[in-house]
Every structure is written in structure tokens, then in C-alpha cells.
Design a protein around this ligand. Structure first.
Ligand SMILES: Cc1ncc(COP(=O)(O)O)c(C=O)c1O
Length: 355
């Protein structure tokens, strides 16, 4: 069976929207899309609708991820492919997604928006929040359409061996998609599964420019998948998902020079992460710092509300994790610049507490 056997059949039968940009052939005078002929400000060709899936951006991302551009869907952050995959594969009121909490919140939100059920197989808190691959496999039933594995996982920071996930994808073939969210993979020493996406055809990998590439404000995320899955996402995508200024910014951030800088910054984040991980256990109220392969640390405190307020009083905003299962005492601290990280350590300095 093709992976499309798992998709909503009515979407395969539906005639997709055909935008003016898609239908346009070559020509110099553009009178096909009711655009303004004048560009109001000097910011690229913004009076024109953008390419829905710009070939130059697909080529650049394909080079970065080591895959053929026909295997890529580019959206507004990886949030958009999460939403589109849910809509493409889950029938409202019937199908379900399987998530491993504590994990990224959008998998469940996208499912709820679509009317799909959310089933959970918790990470093994007592084993460093390990992904419970056998329990996940056992929990997949006839209505499971998507299984999510986030590696490194947000908010715990630990990652899963890609060989284990590849094996799970093979076992789930013809039964469910395995969506491996690698938003933070650049900060990890693990190999990405990007080049394996689509083989087996139910394996989808998500990547983003929001984290290591520093483009959270630009909103560019990518699904890497079998060409049939990519074709389906393109059938149901918004007519023009990517704003022209975002396409331009992404192209610049993917230039050779910018990628060298990105590489240096990833190394800096890793070394700052280890500096904080070593120093935080000596700080006020810190009980435990969870090991992390990402650009953040989950930290257990004696009194997380108090420590949150203490950091806030120093002008430092971190994320509360107390609502997540197994993390009732934890805060998540993103790795900042050296000065910002030193400010965290200073705000939680025990000498300050004693004074
Ligand atoms: C695990 C994970 N996946 C995906 C995203 C969404 O990223 P974006 O939509 O910016 O690509 C985030 C954002 O925090 C995340 O933590």
C-alpha cells in the first residue's frame, strides 16, 4: 500500500486551488493576478504574489538537508507542516495522533483543531525521559494516523537514537506516519534522519530555520517526506504560504558565509550550554539540570515559582514547565549570549541569597 492509503481519501479526489502564480507561463507584462503594478517600498518584488514553493529556496534547503528538493515542503515554520499533515491524514471524529508527553504542544493543538483524538504514551521520566518505543508501537491502533517523535525533545532536551526511530518507522509502515521533529537537531551530536525521510514512505522529518539558523521571525520550516506526501501537502496548502521578504531572508541566511556563521554560533551555544549545565547545580534552589542536546536546559528547582520570580526581578524571562507531566518543579532556560547566561547565574547566585 502507498502511504497515501493513510490519507483522507476526499482530499486525494479534491481539485486543489490553482493560483494565478501556478498557472502563469513566461512573460514580461503581468496582468493575471489583480496585483498592483507598483512596488510601494524597496523590499523586493512585494507587489507580486510570491512563488508558492520557491524553487531557489527548495534547492538551498535541499542542499543544507542533503535531500532532493522534490522531497521538501516549505511552510510558515514547522508549525505549518504539523497542521497540514494533521489535516491531510486525520479524519475528524475518527482518527488519532499519538504523542509522547512532555513534548512540544502544537502536535496536540493541531490535532484538536482538526477534531482528531490525542492519545499519549508518556516519555519514561525515570529513564531520562526516554522515548518508549515499544509502548508507542503497542499503542498504535487502526485509527492512529500520526505518531510524533521529537528529538531532541522540547522541553526535556534529550534525544533518541535515529536508528531506533528508523526501525519504528519501518514497523509502522502501512499503519501510521512517523513524524520525527528535528527542530533542535543542529545542537545535538546525533545524525539527522533527513536523508532517510520517505524511505520508508511513512517517515516524515521536520526541520526549521527558527532555531540554529536564527530565523524565528522569518517563519520558514520544512517537511521532508516521500514525494507523494509532499504532493498532498501542496494540494492543501494556502495559495501563497511564504511571504516574499521571508523567502529573501531565508536565501540570505542559507548563503555559504551565513552558514559558516551559523556553524560557529551552534558551537558557541553548545559550549555555553555545557558551561551553564556545570554551573547551575551550584546555584540557589537548583535541584537538577537535565542533560540537553538542544539550545535550552530544563532545570528542576526547590521552588520554581519563587525562582521564576527571582529571575524575572533581574529582567530574565524563562519558561515555566510546571504544567508538564514529570516536570512540576522545572523551568526551561534557553541558551543566550555569554553575557545573558552569566546574568542567569548571577541572578541565582547563592551569595546573593545569603546577603
Ligand atoms: C519541537 C519543536 N518543533 C517545532 C517548533 C516550531 O518551530 P517553527 O514553527 O518556528 O519552525 C518548535 C518551536 O518551539 C519546537 O520546539
Amino acid at each position: 500500500m502507498s502511504v497515501l492509503g493513510l490519507a483522507r481519501p476526499e482530499l486525494l479526489a479534491m481539485a486543489p486551488y490553482s493560483s494565478a502564480r501556478m498557472e502563469a507561463g513566461g512573460g514580461d507584462i503581468w496582468l493575471n493576478a489583480n496585483e498592483s503594478p507598483w512596488n510601494p517600498i524597496a523590499l523586493g518584488r512585494i507587489n507580486r504574489y510570491p512563488e508558492p514553493q520557491p524553487p531557489q529556496l527548495l534547492a538551498a534547503l535541499g542542499e543544507v538537508y542533503g535531500v532532493d528538493p522534490s522531497r521538501l515542503f516549505v511552510g510558515r515554520g514547522s508549525d505549518e507542516p504539523i497542521d497540514l499533515l494533521t489535516r491531510a491524514f486525520c479524519r475528524a471524529g475518527q482518527d488519532s495522533v499519538l504523542i509522547a508527553p512532555p513534548t512540544f504542544g502544537m502536535y496536540a493543538v493541531a490535532a484538536q483543531v482538526q477534531g482528531a483524538k490525542v492519545r499519549t504514551v508518556p516519555l519514561r521520566a525515570e529513564h531520562g525521559f526516554a522515548f518508549d518505543v515499544d509502548a508507542v508501537f503497542a499503542a498504535v491502533d487502526a485509527n492512529t494516523r500520526i505518531v510524533y517523535a521529537c528529538t531532541p525533545n522540547n522541553p526535556t532536551g534529550n534525544s533518541t537514537d535515529p536508528a531506533v526511530l528508523l526501525d519504528l518507522a519501518e514497523r509502522l509502515r502501512d499503519r501510521a506516519l512517523l513524524v520525527v521533529d528535528e527542530a533542535y537537531i543542529e545542537f545535538s551530536m546525533r545524525d539527522s534522519l533527513a536523508t532517510r525521510a520517505g524511505a520508508p514512505d511513512n517517515l516524515v522529518v521536520l526541520r526549521t530555520l527558527s532555531k540554529a539558523h536564527g530565523l524565528a521571525g522569518v517563519r520558514i520550516g520544512t517537511a521532508i517526506a516521500a514525494p507523494e506526501v509532499i504532493g498532498l501537502l501542496r494540494r492543501i496548502m494556502a495559495p501563497y504560504p511564504l511571504p516574499e521578504p521571508s523567502i529573501d531572508a531565508a536565501m540570505k541566511a542559507l548563503s555559504w558565509e551565513a552558514r559558516q556563521l551559523t556553524r560557529a554560533r551552534i558551537a558557541q551555544v553548545r559550549s555555553e550550554r555545557e558551561r551553564l549545565r556545570a554551573a547551575l547545580p551550584g546555584c540557589a534552589g537548583v535541584r537538577e539540570v537535565l542533560p540537553s542536546d538542544a539550545n535550552f536546559l530544563a532545570v528542576r528547582f526547590d521552588d520554581p515559582e519563587r525562582r521564576y520570580a527571582q529571575l524575572a526581578a533581574a529582567g530574565i524571562i524563562v519558561r515555566k514547565l510546571m504544567k508538564y507531566p514529570g516536570l512540576a518543579d522545572a523551568l526551561r532556560i534557553s541558551i543566550g549570549t555569554t553575557d545573558e547566561n552569566s546574568a542567569v547565574l548571577a541572578a541565582l547566585d547563592t551569595r546573593r541569597e545569603a546577603a
